[in-house]
Design a protein around this ligand. Structure first.
Ligand SMILES: Nc1ncnc2c1ncn2[C@@H]1O[C@H](COP(=O)(O)OP(=O)(O)O)[C@@H](O)[C@H]1O
Ligand SMILES: Cc1cn([C@H]2C[C@H](O)[C@@H](COP(=O)(O)OP(=O)(O)O)O2)c(=O)[nH]c1=O
Length: 217
């Protein structure tokens, strides 16, 4: 964990576009770590507390308000602040392995990047809201847009939320932004090809966790 205060737990986040397999891999990793007798907490963003789930509904309801970009970034930061203070930090303090489906890098990719908010602004909001907490390891799952589209059709039919439903160019920019961040912070990010069968992707995730965080693979 990187924020100047040492806590005994481990903090792992999964990132990537919609349909890359984050939720699937979060569950498989949690089961594996629990099988090793670890105290594991699984959570997600936006959400993870009643307050943050309420903000999630405000942000993602397809029939809801069309927020301005700064308002959207502030709402994600507010949801995260509640989640970090009430759930993530207490779990890390008791020594748990916290696995979170999306975190700050999603805001940097979706609300940041070219033509959107500068990365420094997003990180500054994160500092104010959440003390700048960063994961020990961020697994970036990547698949082609075709594979993601096929999986989303299978999971959700034609339904999508207010952000997931944006056009292909937006999602290509998000994928590019994730890749840029991973290249800039190789010590924190691990890029994993999510295109193989779920068990094979899980094996790659396990190897990475074992190598970076010292759990038994
Ligand atoms: N490696 C995989 N191969 C094939 N289908 C997958 C794989 N991983 C996940 N899926 C399926 O694809 C859909 C999206 O996966 P999910 O884990 O919900 O992705 P995300 O959380 O990134 O949106 C789900 O229906 C899931 O069962
Ligand atoms: C956490 C976060 C999510 N999002 C977006 C990404 C997704 O479109 C949506 C969250 O939906 P989610 O349920 O995580 O999508 P999926 O499981 O399909 O990947 O919110 C942001 O734009 N900024 C953020 O900071």
């Amino acid at each position: 964990m990187t924020d100047g205060t040492e806590a005994p737990g481990r903090f792992i986040t999964f990132e990537g576009g919609e349909g890359v397999g984050k939720s699937t891999q979060v569950r498989l990793l949690a089961d594996w770590l629990e099988g090793q007798g670890k105290d594991v907490l699984v959570t997600r963003e936006p959400g993870g507390t009643p307050g943050a789930e309420a903000i999630r509904a405000l942000l993602l309801d397809p029939t809801g308000t069309d927020w301005t970009l700064p308002a959207e970034a502030l709402l994600f930061a507010a949801a995260r602040a509640d989640h970090v203070a009430r759930v993530i930090r207490p779990a890390l303090a008791r020594g748990a392995w916290v696995i979170c489906d999306r975190f700050i890098d999603s805001t940097r990719a979706y609300q940041g990047g070219e033509g959107a908010l500068p990365d420094e602004v997003i990180l500054q909001l994160h500092k104010v809201g959440s003390g700048g907490l960063l994961p020990d390891l961020t697994v970036l799952l990547e698949v082609s847009p075709q594979i993601a589209a096929r999986r989303l059709l299978q999971r959700d039919g034609l339904a999508s939320d207010r952000i997931g439903g944006r056009d292909a160019r937006f999602h290509a920019r998000v994928a590019h932004r994730f890749a840029e961040m991973a290249a800039a912070e190789p010590h924190r990010f691990a890029r994993i090809d999510g295109g193989a069968v779920a068990e094979a992707v899980h094996a790659a995730v396990r190897a990475c966790v074992a190598q970076r965080l010292g759990s038994k693979a």
